[in-house]
Design a binder for this molecule. Structure first.
Ligand SMILES: [Zn+2]
Length: 151
């Protein structure tokens, strides 16, 4: 059975409360995973005073499919509205902390097939892939001898 999880993007984003919107926008602006206390620091000037307000907004956004907790970096990222989270994979740069999302339907289908064959029932299936982002690779190539060309 295929999950019907595409987000009704405009409806969902338009229906956010003020606090949900502030948290969602802060995560979109960050472009990386942020913990609740990082978010609180960024949002204090906007009226957030305590971590539970941030957690509440994060939980609600998570329920709407707009925010996801990444276990590998212990932080939250904003999902691009309209993307089905079940068909996504996250690229997590281990140098600069940037998190980006790619649609990976083929990967998801292959994973599902393998899991079904193994009789395994996953609680979630969103791959988090650590590595080096394009920007960091470019910086690396300019500043240091390339590893790939060394024999
Ligand atoms: Zn990077």
């Amino acid at each position: 059975m295929k999950a019907q999880s595409s987000i009704r993007s405009e409806d969902t984003v338009e229906s956010l409360t003020k606090n949900q919107r502030l948290v969602y926008d802060a995560l979109l602006d960050a472009g990386r995973a942020l913990g609740a206390y990082d978010l609180l620091d960024r949002l204090r000037p906007r009226g957030f005073a305590v971590a539970p307000s941030v957690y509440r907004a994060l939980n609600e956004l998570s329920g709407k499919g707009l925010v996801r907790h990444l276990t590998s970096v212990r932080g939250f990222v904003a999902l691009h509205a309209g993307t089905a989270p079940t068909a996504s994979a996250f690229m997590v740069c281990t140098r600069c902390g940037t998190v980006d999302q790619i649609v990976a339907e083929g990967l998801q289908m292959a994973l599902e097939d393998g899991l079904v064959a193994a009789g395994f029932s996953p609680t979630e299936m969103v791959p988090e892939i650590p590595g080096t982002c394009r920007h960091c690779r470019t910086t690396e190539d300019a500043g240091a001898p390339s590893v790939s060309s060394a024999r």
